[in-house]
Each structure stands twice: as C-alpha cells, then as structure tokens.
Design a protein around this ligand. Structure first.
Ligand SMILES: Nc1ncnc2c1ncn2[C@@H]1O[C@H](COP(=O)(O)OP(=O)(O)OP(=O)(O)O)[C@@H](O)[C@H]1O
Ligand SMILES: [Mg+2]
Length: 410
C-alpha cells in the first residue's frame, strides 16, 4: 500500500491536517492511541486508509511512538510524514531520515525536545536568552538570585514549570522536587510574551506570524489568551521576530516544517527566547493564525511535508483580528455546560467548548490541563476584538457560579 502522508499523532487539533488531506484528495496513514484512532476514523474514514495504535499508558514517551511509526511507514510507504505534538516529533524525524522524506531534520528535532540543548546552542549562536543552569538535583544548585524559573528539560504544556521567588519558595521546591531532575534553573525574564509561528522550507522562513500570549503569570504561567495580530508595536516587533526566528532556525539547523518560537520582549526592548519547538502549537493557535491571514496553516504544513512549496501571503500582517481564549476558575468553580452557550452568544465567537466534564469542580489552574473552557474569536477590528474578549470573560464568570457549599474543598 502507498499513502501520501503518515500522521504521527493527531490529537484533537490534528483534525485540521486530516481536513487538509481530504481537501487535497490525498490518502493518510494515522498512528494514535486506540480511542483517538477510533474517533478520527469515524470522522475521517474516507481519507485514513491505514492506521496503527499504541498503548495509551506510554503516550508521553517519545520512544513509544518510534517502533509503531517505523512499522506503519514500512507498511504504507508514505511520501511525507507529519508529527503532531511534542512526543511525536522524534518518531516522525526518524522515519523522515530513514526514508529520505522532508522534515525539520534530526538535529532540529533533538534540539526542539530538550531545553538544555537549546540553551547551549542558542548561547553559542549569541541568541538572546535568560541565563540558565543545568542541575541534576535542585539541592546541588547554589542558592540562585531570585526570582528564577525551574523547569524540566523535555516537558510541555507548562507542566513542571514554576517561578520561585524567594529562599522559602526555593526550600519548598527543593523538597518537593527531590528525586526529580534534571532541571534548568533560569533567570526570570520579564516583559510581554510572544510566540512566532513560521513555515520553513530549506531552512528559510516563508511565512511568520507574531502572536501575543497572555498567561496567568507566575508561579505557573497557564496560557489564557493568544492574539495573532502582533500587539501595539506590530510591524516593528514582527520584523524583529523574523530576524530572531531566522537565527533560531539556523542554530537548530531546521530544514522544513513548522516552528513555534516563544520569547519575551522586556520594556527596554531586550528579547529573551523561552524555547522553540518543531511541532504544532497548542491552544488553537493554528486555527486563529490561519483565520487572521486567510490561509490554512495545516494545509501549508502538509504541503511542506510532501516537499511542495505552499502558497502564502507575501505580506506578514494579518488582516483579521482573531484570538483563542481560555477560561479558568478564578476561585473554586464548577464547570457547567451552559457556559458554551453564553460564550457562543458573544460577537465574533466562531467556536467554543468545555475542556472538562460538566460538573467538575475546579480550583484556580496550576497547568494548562486545568482550564475549563475555550472560545475562538474573529473580528474585523482591534477594538471589536478587545470588547468581545471582555464580554466572553464576563459571560463565562456569570454562568459559572462558585457553589458556596463546596468552598471548603479548596
Ligand atoms: N526563564 C523564564 N523567564 C520568564 N518566564 C519563563 C521562563 N521560562 C518559562 N517561562 C514562562 O513559563 C512558560 C512555560 O515555559 P516553557 O515554554 O519553557 O515550558 P513548556 O512546558 O514547554 O510550555 P508550553 O508547552 O506551554 O510552551 C513560558 O511560556 C513563560 O510564560
Ligand atoms: Mg513553551
């Protein structure tokens, strides 16, 4: 059997890739967990012509995806391979390398998966970034200059990322993380946070978008909002992001595909790279960036994976004002299904949904997994978008009362 593309991982947000496969009249092979294979087959049975599944107990491990991906590739001889999220990129890169297919390349993939490798290579290339130290155990590090950020090397979704602001917090982190490690202990970089999503072909960015990111801030930086229109200093910051992105692409030796770069710009204009990853960004960033530019980033990635040059807008500025927003409990709160109706009634909301089972009682979030609901917005002006974002937050809070009888659970 021959397929056009092997999808290593598909998740929820991978639907965009399968929709593009269908639109282009192609055939896909899919590797996912058994429940996801089943769900995606129900929706895309016409384009998924081969599939394999792996044990869902080990899906966070890169290694678990490699054997099944190599096996499925041998069976389906794809002309392209696409990784979905973080644990999938290594398996896809190994398949690409072995079969001579386009992709980010093993160098970029390894670097992408390991923040300590990134710190070392970016440092060697003079790319601006926070000072950081690699330690096996936190108690072996000298007491740092606070605040610092402690993080594992290869996790994602802000899991295990924590700001420590004083000696007491440090003692607690040392005790709590005993036996964990290795960790990076980083200088805390201040400033507005951005991401840059770029499509790369032969090591050159064909397209890049600057997205402003809002989080809950310290200590755990849960992502609340992504706005792809680049913020008030739009054009200037966009071109600075392009230059920074080009340096990172070179340091990673990335060849073809999608890069998701995260950095901050301090009030004095200094940039600091948080990390870069050669994978699909989360938080519906693909959907809102696509809409902002009137393109389909999923299709563009698919074309890159097949070795083709996607058609992309020459100018970098988006023409629609879009956003993805996430709603989390400010205090103890219960997830109620009516929330999505309230969100859908806000002008410009084109998709919304719950992230938890209705009835779940949530504390204020400690990681992205604790968010309660999301909404995607698309409006013609910046002012209209700001108003709609405010209205969506208010609509959600109003329909998600905190049950007082459960308050002692907090
Ligand atoms: N050195 C730092 N200085 C300031 N903030 C930081 C630093 N490192 C991380 N952060 C904050 O923590 C967030 C998560 O960190 P990081 O991106 O390294 O982890 P992650 O698990 O890969 O997260 P994700 O998968 O959500 O991107 C960053 O987006 C940023 O808000
Ligand atoms: Mg990150």
């Amino acid at each position: 059997m021959n397929v056009d593309v092997l999808l290593v991982g598909g998740g929820n947000m991978g639907r965009g890739y399968l929709t593009a496969v269908r639109r282009l009249g192609l055939r896909a092979a899919l590797l996912e967990t058994p429940d996801r294979v089943e769900a995606l087959l129900r929706e895309f049975g016409d384009v998924i012509v081969a599939h394999a599944s792996l044990d869902s107990a080990v899906t966070d491990q890169d290694e678990a995806w490699v054997g099944p991906a190599v096996g499925l590739a041998a069976r389906t001889r794809p002309r392209g391979v696409l990784a979905f999220s973080e644990p999938h990129v290594l398996a896809a890169a190994l398949v690409a390398e072995a079969r001579g297919l386009p992709g980010p390349g093993l160098h970029a993939t390894q670097v992408s998966r390991n923040k300590a490798l990134q710190r070392q290579l970016y440092g060697a290339s003079g790319i601006p970034q926070p000072h950081s130290r690699l330690v096996e155990r936190l108690d072996e590090a000298d007491r740092p200059d606070f605040p610092v950020v402690v993080k594992p090397l290869s996790s994602f979704g802000s899991r295990g990322v924590e700001q420590v602001k004083d000696a007491q917090g440090w003692a607690e982190a040392v005790a709590r993380r005993a036996g964990g490690g290795p960790y990076l202990v980083e200088e805390y970089a201040t400033g507005t946070e951005y991401s840059w999503e770029a499509l790369v072909r032969g090591g050159k960015a064909l397209f890049g978008n600057l997205t402003v990111k809002t989080t809950t801030g310290p200590p755990s930086f849960v992502e609340l909002q992504h706005v792809p229109s680049g913020g008030p200093a739009g054009a200037e910051h966009r071109s600075r992001a392009m230059r920074l992105g080009a340096e990172v692409i070179e340091a990673m030796r990335m060849r073809d595909g999608l890069i998701h770069l995260e950095f901050r710009i301090a009030p004095d204009g200094r940039m600091a790279v948080m990390e870069a990853a050669v994978r699909t960004p989360g938080c519906f960033i693909m959907d809102v960036v696509s809409r902002a530019h009137g393109i389909d980033l999923y299709e563009a990635c698919l074309r890159l994976a097949l070795g083709d040059e996607p058609e992309l807008p020459a100018e970098g500025a988006p023409f629609r004002h879009t956003a993805s927003m996430f709603l989390a409990a400010e205090r103890l709160g219960e997830v109620v299904p009516e929330d999505t109706a309230a969100l859908d009634a806000v002008p410009g909301v084109f998709r919304s949904g719950l992230r938890q089972e209705p009835g779940t009682v949530m504390n204020p979030p400690e990681s992205n997994a604790d968010r309660m609901a999301f909404a995607l917005l698309d409006l013609p002006t910046e002012t209209a978008l700001k108003d709609a974002l405010r209205a969506a937050r208010a609509a959600f809070a109003a329909s998600s009362p905190i049950p007082p009888e459960r308050a002692e659970i907090a």
